[in-house]
Design a protein around this ligand. Structure first.
Ligand code: DOR
Ligand code: ZN
Length: 348
């Protein structure tokens, strides 16, 4: 096998990203826009982006925060609630700027209190999304406090995914940030309207990484890191060339002090080095030639959007990540802070 030292690929997109708002948005947006042409922008702001009008306004704030030397297209999403009406779905599709509807089970994660209490309450909205081809993006974890935190994704599949896919057979579904072999197998066995995003951190780390040498709050995210066998299953499907699996960083910035706390927030910041981290993961199994499909083609194809035409280059080159990054008068600790990454991106 010849070693690849320079990899040139079509410009990628990020199909799952948290950009926040205000000064925080200004701090993190350039990191994503340097690498990605487009990103599916998560709607879990306070208040949530639950209507097309709010999505239009948020999109304008993102574009206003974008440095003039960068091109980037935010692909907006709506936050599904028990009260989302079919009419709102029609408005969203007609707007041309909304590309998905995000489902958070109420209480599952950051800013999810307005999430769905029971999918049965969303029948009309889901039927309209199925009819109009608007994808449902799922944070697929049960919130049942009796279910072990490491089992919440697997139990969601049993309790909700199976029936959802049976009840809405033509609904486009993205199983977001899958973390288990169970989720990978479920997507593999499902029809082609069911896809999944995979983060770089779930490809690179297992649950030991939260505890080696002491507790690591910057490695805490939801869904939580799982056992090594699950990481390996994710790596297998991500690098398999199967178009159902594509890139979604789930980069989720939180100020340092809100993670290094008695009750720390969930989320890892990976946008500063997203493509480099994915390159490391794919390189670890000798599958760098599969990165372009995963990062630049399959997501666009699934969402029915054109593939990008620009290109980026990744060089095999060690560099050291900053120990901390500025974040709206505060700081964020990026993934690999103070440590090295084996690949460096250059835009062309
Ligand atoms: O770790 C996470 N952080 N998981 C989520 O689902 C939300 C995200 C955030 O917004 O911080
Ligand atoms: Zn997320």
């Amino acid at each position: 096998m010849t070693t690849i030292n320079i990899l040139t690929i079509t410009q990628p997109d990020d199909w799952h990203l948290h950009l926040r708002d205000g000064e925080a948005l200004k701090a993190v947006l350039p990191d994503s826009a340097r690498q990605f042409a487009r990103a599916i922008v998560m709607p879990n702001l306070r208040p949530p982006v639950s209507s097309t009008a709010l999505a239009v306004a948020y999109r304008q704030r993102i574009l206003a925060a974008l440095p003039s030397d960068l091109n980037f297209e935010p692909l907006m999403t709506l936050y599904l609630t028990d009260n989302t009406r079919a009419e709102e779905i029609r408005t969203a599709v007609a707007s041309g700027i909304v590309h998905g509807v995000k489902f958070y089970p109420a209480g599952a994660t950051t800013n999810s209190d307005s999430g769905v209490t029971d999918l049965a309450r969303c029948k009309l909205a889901l039927a309209e999304m199925e009819r109009l081809g608007l994808p449902l993006l799922l944070h697929a974890e049960v919130t049942d406090k009796h279910v072990d935190v490491f089992d919440r994704e697997r139990v969601f599949i049993e309790r909700h995914m199976v029936t959802l896919i049976k009840d809405y057979p033509a609904l486009k579904v993205v199983f977001e940030h899958i973390t288990t072999k169970d989720a990978a197998d479920f997507v593999l066995q499902s029809p082609s309207n069911v896809a999944a995003t995979i983060t770089a951190h779930h490809l690179l780390m297992n649950r030991n990484d939260m505890f080696v040498g002491g507790i690591k709050p910057h490695h805490y995210c939801l869904p939580i890191l799982k056992r090594e066998e699950h990481r390996q299953a994710l790596l297998r499907v991500a690098t398999s060339g199967n178009a159902k699996f594509f890139l979604g960083t789930d980069s989720a910035p939180h100020a340092k002090h809100t993670k290094e706390a008695a009750c720390g927030c969930a989320g890892m910041y990976t946008a500063h080095a997203a493509m480099e981290l994915y390159a490391e993961a794919f390189d670890s199994v000798g599958e760098l030639d599969k990165l372009e499909g995963f990062a630049s083609f399959y997501g666009a194809d699934f969402y029915g959007l054109p593939r990008n035409t620009g290109r980026i280059q990744l060089h095999r080159q060690n560099w050291t990540v900053s120990a901390s990054l500025p974040f709206a008068g505060d700081s964020i600790i990026p993934l690999r802070a103070g440590q090295t990454i084996a690949w460096k991106m250059q835009s062309l």
